[in-house]
Design a protein around this ligand. Structure first.
Ligand SMILES: Nc1nc2c(ncn2[C@@H]2O[C@H](COP(=O)(O)OP(=O)(O)OP(=O)(O)O)[C@@H](O)[C@H]2O)c(=O)[nH]1
Ligand SMILES: [Mg+2]
Length: 298
């Protein structure tokens, strides 16, 4: 009987280094939302790579940051425990800049993981020669004992085959955790919420993206036309000023968000979608345990 290898590889690091973009590039589908705003990922997302004789389960984690809200604390705890429990840790850094205080803090946490570790230096496409990348690799490699150091570009696909080979090599013998058709572990409702939030992250600035949570209140086939899915979602914000920004002048922002999210939801659900978006203020939800639970951040 041939041997099967499988296991969990946690992608960890500070926010905005490209962990989710890497997961999407490796899986070959946009399963974890991305944006140029730090702290995009707020939940663990599993992405599955299927192959002959192996199955790699990628664990996308929230970026490790010094967030002062209860949500920030929960995300830190989640990312840390996912890293500690994985079969391999991929510590992701970004070579558009030299290591920051946040990189150092994250490296200190994850160098304690008791498993194989690699340093993945992402975004090498921003430099036009390999020589220019070298000093960044050296600076990041000095942050901890990360065994291999691999320069990659999630956006251009550079060295992702080598990254995959490193993961397969590190996987223990095991069983397939997911059936062949599964590429992620999120249910439909969560995917819908995440896709709507992705559009909010892209369209807003400063503190607004961080203060928004999305909840699908209702998702069902239309009464007259069962081929259409009716979705009613609420965008929760923390203050009335943020509510006004999300609605926009004459409701233009909300309309734009709906127009941008709808085709993505139709692609996700494989049919027509009627999307209704509402904005509500839930003061200080990021510091309220009951609301974090209700919003699925526990
Ligand atoms: N130039 C370049 N940009 C990249 C690359 N990979 C990711 N990015 C960009 O970096 C930004 C952050 O990407 P994400 O994948 O959301 O980063 P993340 O590490 O998951 O961030 P958090 O979820 O906030 O922790 C986005 O604007 C991406 O388009 C890359 O290989 N090259
Ligand atoms: Mg992310």
């Amino acid at each position: 009987m041939s041997i099967f290898h499988s296991g969990f590889v946690a992608l960890v690091g500070k926010p905005n280094v490209g962990k989710s973009t890497l997961v999407n590039a490796l899986v070959g589908r946009p399963i974890s939302i991305t944006s140029s705003k730090p702290e995009t990922t707020r939940r663990r997302v599993l992405g599955v790579i299927h192959g002959e004789g192996y199955q790699i389960v990628l664990v996308d984690t929230p970026g490790l940051a010094a967030g002062h809200t209860l949500l920030g604390k929960k995300l830190r705890e989640m990312a840390t425990s996912e890293g500690m429990e994985a079969d391999m840790v991929a510590f992701v850094v970004d070579v558009t800049h030299y290591p920051t205080k946040e990189d150092r803090a994250a490296a200190e946490v994850f160098s304690k993981a008791n498993c194989k570790k690699v340093l993945i230096a992402n975004k090498v496409d921003v430099h036009d020669t390999a020589e220019k990348v070298l000093p960044y690799l050296e600076a990041y490699a000095a942050l901890g004992d990360f065994g291999e150091v691999l320069p990659v570009s999630a956006q251009k696909g550079t060295n992702l085959d080598k990254f995959k080979a490193l993961m397969i090599e590190a996987l223990p013998e095991g069983v397939a955790y997911f059936p062949p058709e599964s590429v992620h572990d999120l249910d439909k409702r969560t995917r819908v919420e995440e896709l709507i939030r992705e559009q909010v992250l892209r369209a807003t600035r400063q503190e607004v993206p961080h203060a928004v949570a999305v909840r699908v209140e209702d998702m069902k086939p239309g009464d007259d036309n069962p081929d259409v899915t009716l979705i009613r979602a609420i965008l929760y914000v923390e203050r009335d000023s943020q509510r006004k920004i999300l609605i926009g002048k004459k409701g233009e922002m909300l309309k734009k968000l709906g127009m941008e999210a709808r085709p993505l939801l139709e692609q996700e659900l494989g049919g027509r979608v009627f999307l209704e978006l509402w904005v509500k203020v839930k003061e200080g939800w990021r510091d309220r345990p009951d609301w974090l639970r209700a919003l699925g951040y526990e």
